[in-house]
Design a protein around this ligand. Structure first.
Ligand SMILES: [Mn+2]
Length: 293
């Protein structure tokens, strides 16, 4: 978006933060190049969103805060570095919007956010719940991230909702796991019957008031629209569906957000990256609208 690349937080409303890591994926790696691809695609974005009636250049002060440090090959150290990188952003009251990276980064984002805001409500768009207990016998993985967040008390799970789940599982217990943890789940087969305003009502009924972490995995969208991702799941919403659902989520107190899972090596003709770029733009517009009196 040609935002100023500065570490300034004074007077800043939101900061774009790249998180180039993919050590915690179970299948296709490559999301460490996601931030670079999304920034390239975002060059085409213009400030004004006619659907939401927001001119970002007028409504918010936004910076590109650069990329978080990582330690390739040492995922748990990477989590600590991301948390440390985000701490001053939250301390300054700035909303970080992280570009992944694989979804494991959400644990570090939540640790940094909860240190300032306390336990957060989760609004989570994804084909996957990411609530498995372990992968390969290891607890810190992209598919375990929201169970770890519950374990660590980072989420107010009674105010949290997961949206868009679909695809094959290891067994029926996998489907029940997020609900047993306390999440509300709107699987894609149910979601596809809801108008965006109906989903928004469900979200608001669930969230109430208080700080929200908004997390968007690009694999929420069908791989026909977003093939450049690590764990594609067929039979999902279009990018148009996704943007309409997102736009309906007005008036949430979003204190941190991310868009994860972009792996440009699996992309074809750079189809995928405009979606996460547009999702981040839409989240910024929602932020601007929520702040208007
Ligand atoms: Mn996913």
């Amino acid at each position: 978006m040609r935002l100023p690349h500065v570490r300034e937080t004074s007077g800043v409303d939101a900061a774009i933060v790249g998180v180039p890591t993919d050590d915690a994926v179970s299948f296709r790696s490559g999301a460490r190049f996601g931030p670079e691809a999304v920034r390239s695609a975002s060059v085409l974005l213009r400030a004004y969103d006619p659907e939401l009636g927001v001119d970002l250049s007028q409504a918010l002060s936004i910076v590109d805060y650069g990329d978080s440090p990582t330690v390739p090959g040492y995922h748990e150290l990477t989590l600590a570095r991301i948390e440390e990188f985000l701490a001053p952003v939250h301390a300054a009251g700035v909303v970080p919007i992280c570009i992944g990276g694989d979804h494991s980064i959400a644990l570090a984002e939540l640790r940094a956010a909860a240190a300032i805001h306390g336990a957060l409500a989760l609004v989570h768009f994804d084909a996957h719940s990411d609530t498995w207990d372990s992968y390969f016998g290891v607890r810190y993985f992209h598919g375990t991230v929201f169970r770890r967040a519950v374990d660590e008390g980072l989420l107010d799970v009674a105010r949290s909702i997961q949206i868009g789940m679909r695809g094959t599982l290891y067994g029926p217990l996998d489907q029940e796991a997020p609900r047993e943890l306390g999440f509300e789940v709107v699987p894609w087969r149910e979601l596809r019957t809801l108008a965006p305003a109906e989903l928004a009502r469900r979200v608001h009924d669930r969230i109430g008031s208080g700080p929200v972490f908004l997390s968007f995995d690009v694999d929420f969208v069908d791989p026909a629209f977003a093939p450049g991702t690590g764990t594609p799941e067929i039979g999902g919403p279009s990018s148009s569906d996704a943007l309409e659902l997102l736009r309906a989520l007005d008036r949430l107190d979003v204190v941190a957000a991310d868009c994860v899972g972009v792996a440009p090596a699996y992309d074809h003709g750079a189809i995928t990256a405009p979606l996460p770029a547009g999702v981040c733009h839409t989240i910024l517009c929602l932020l601007a609208r929520a702040r208007k009196p």
